[in-house]
Each structure stands twice: as C-alpha cells, then as structure tokens.
Write a protein of this length. Sequence first.
Length: 291
Amino acid sequence: MKQVVRKAVFPAGGLGTRFLPATKVIPKEMLALVDKPIIQYGVEEAVASGIEHVIIITGRGKGAMEDHFDHSFELDATLERRGKKDLLEVSRGVAALARVSYVRQKDPLGLGHAVLCAKELVGNEPFAVILPDDVIDAEVPCIKQMIEVFNEKGGSVLATQTVEGPAISAYGVLAGSQDPANPRIYNCTGMVEKPKLDDAPSKQAIIGRYVLTPRVFELLEQTQPGAGGEIQLTDGIRALLKEEKVFGYTFEGKRFDAGDKFGMLQATVEFALKRPDLGPQFREYLKGLKL
Ligand code: G1P
C-alpha cells in the first residue's frame, strides 16, 4: 500500500554558534529573513507540499518558536481593537499554519539523534526532514518535488546540489551514479558525512531536505557517533541503504544557508528584491550604492 508523506521533522535544537552574538538568546531559527523567521519558510514549504503535521525538535532556550506558532492573545486583541486587520491576519495566520508538536532534544548528540527524537510522533510511516537553516526558493516547493520522486521511485530521497572544491567538506556527500533516464536522480551506493576533499566520493552534496522511510529510526538507534563525535543522520541513512534503495535528487530551486552570516545576507538581498512591497525601492537603493 502506498503511504502518504504527512509529517515533517524540523531539527531545531542546535546552538547556532555560527551566528553569535545574535543567537546568544534568540534561537537561530527565529532570525528574520526580511520579516519572517527562517523556520517559517520551512514550515510554509511543508504545508504547501501537503504536510499535515510539523514536528519541531527543540532544546533549551528555544521556547520562542513555540510562542511564534501559537496565538498571541495580547497582540491579536490589540490589533483588533486598533482595527489593524491586515496585521491581525498576519499574526493569526502564523498560528493557523499547521498542527505543530514539539520534542525536546535533551542532549545535543547530533542531527541523527535529533531526528530519532521524533520516532514516537512519526510512527511507522514515511516522513520528511527539513533543516530550517537551508531556505530554498523554488517555484514548486522543494519537499513537494521530493515527495513526488519518493512516490515514483519508492525509496528514500535526499536533496542534493553540486559543490565544487574544499567546500564539500561541510556536507554529507553521496557515492553512486546519475540515473541514465533522469539526470536529476542519483542512484546512491554510499554516503559519507563531511569528508576531506580527497576522500569525497563525488560532488553531490546533501542539502537539508529528506524524505525517509521509518526504518531509518531503528537504524539510527544503532548508529554510533561519527564525524565531529555526533550521531549523524548521514550514517543512519547509509545503514538504510544496505536494506532499501536511496536516491539523491537535484531539486529545482535555489538554496541559501541562512544559518550562516554570508548566506543570510545573500538570502536577504534576493528575497527582498523579489518582494512586491520592498523590491523596487530596494533595487534603487542598491543601485545608488555604486559598488
Ligand atoms: C547537516 C548534515 C549534512 C548536510 C547539511 C546540509 O550538516 O549533517 O549531511 O549536508 O546539513 O545543510 P550541518 O550543516 O548541520 O553541519
């Protein structure tokens, strides 16, 4: 029986040290890209892809995310009293976006461990994983594209992007070959987390979007700490690959690493330029800088 992908896991327990001092108190997932916290882009992508249940893996000091996706009684009442209908819609809209559950990751043991924290809530069905730092601008939401591939191929799907040079060492990297029938599909034979450039099996880097079968939970339970001493999702999926097919997928769209200062600057410029309310004025401003 074909199983529908209904749930998406958002690992959001990390400390966000790449963005200090902004993330000393504020969760990195709550940093604004133009005027929306970066995690909201991921949640909107999930909802637009048919996901019904969002599961956020949180940690200490991350409570702002829970408040964000909830009603804000005082704010909403004040906006209503002042007749600010548009803003009220914005505020209420966030709370109405999706059914959201939270699981605390008590120990920062790695991405694989964070995903494992969702085991009970996901249960025995395929699910999506969205890393909120990776903001993807795409006509068809990235995770929707991947769910289509999952339904067609019947195996787990990892988003990939070609990365040249030493930057590859910041990623999980696939081994395998391009599918002759569809150049966007990569038939995986292996994968390694954060290899040295010389050890990288290809230029196919894993980007923060996954559609996985639930068997990965049991395998993650047996996964030992790997790169950086952490329980790596990549290692769990490599174990899955011994039992099931796993595919890389070159998505259509552009990915920004919004968990990084430079990536956030790039995303800010491009997203702001696309906004009908800000774009024209911002374009004129940038032109005036005479760089
Ligand atoms: C994580 C994954 C890595 C993947 C990357 C994509 O690494 O472990 O395999 O390539 O996300 O953003 P992190 O960026 O958390 O170090």
